[in-house]
Design a protein around this ligand. Structure first.
Ligand SMILES: [Ca+2]
Length: 199
């Protein structure tokens, strides 16, 4: 064994010890504060267990309101909270203007559901359990009453929030299936030259 001795020639003075203790407490408490303030935002997942958080739906002209989320799998995860205060779904572009709209069924949750046609924005409001927001968002629909709808894909950006934290936006993409487009496609197929294959 090595012959090693350690000696403290000048023991820590009570004053230095008090200072070190104070510093130690400060470091500990600031760490706790950092942990407390790093509560994670809620996560809105439009497709549940499937990969990613987005969803794609197809609206058909004259088909009536079309669900634009997975109505059985949409999930909200919020491990750091039990209640939410708001949710938003915003139609980023509305080439058919006021003929396009978003809607959701509040059921018996007591949430206020309102669509602002000028902003293309559906809002859910109310301090309610996460499960209530999940229930109402599972009924989110897109409708377009135009008889010649623009066939550009629509993007609906959705978030949920509590007073301070807002989820990352989940995107619902709405493909537009217009009668005219379907008719054009049929016409095109009729005029396409037959393809002959050599055996
Ligand atoms: Ca998912």
């Amino acid at each position: 064994m090595s012959n090693c001795t350690v000696s403290l020639r000048s023991p820590i003075s009570p004053r230095l010890w008090a200072l070190l203790s104070a510093l130690f407490v400060l470091v500990l408490s600031s760490g706790a504060f950092a942990r407390a303030s790093a509560a994670a935002a809620p996560v809105l997942d439009l497709n549940g267990m499937a990969a990613g958080i987005d969803f794609v739906a197809t609206f058909s002209e004259d088909g009536g309101p079309q669900l634009i989320v997975d109505s059985t799998a949409l999930a909200i995860a919020y491990p750091d909270g039990t209640q939410l205060t708001a949710a938003k779904a915003r139609l980023s572009a509305r080439p058919d203007g006021a003929l396009e709209s978003l809607a959701a069924d509040p059921g018996a949750t007591g949430l206020t559901v309102k669509y602002d046609a000028a902003k293309g924005e559906l809002t859910l409001k109310g301090t309610r359990p996460v499960a209530d927001y999940q229930q109402v968002l599972r009924t989110l629909t897109y409708n377009n009453t135009s008889q010649s709808p623009d066939t550009t894909d629509r993007l609906v950006e959705m978030t949920v929030s509590d007073n301070t934290l807002t989820s990352l936006p989940a995107i619902g993409t709405v493909l537009i299936n217009a009668r005219q487009r379907r008719a054009r496609a049929r016409q095109q197929r009729r005029h396409e030259p037959a393809v002959h294959q050599r055996g």
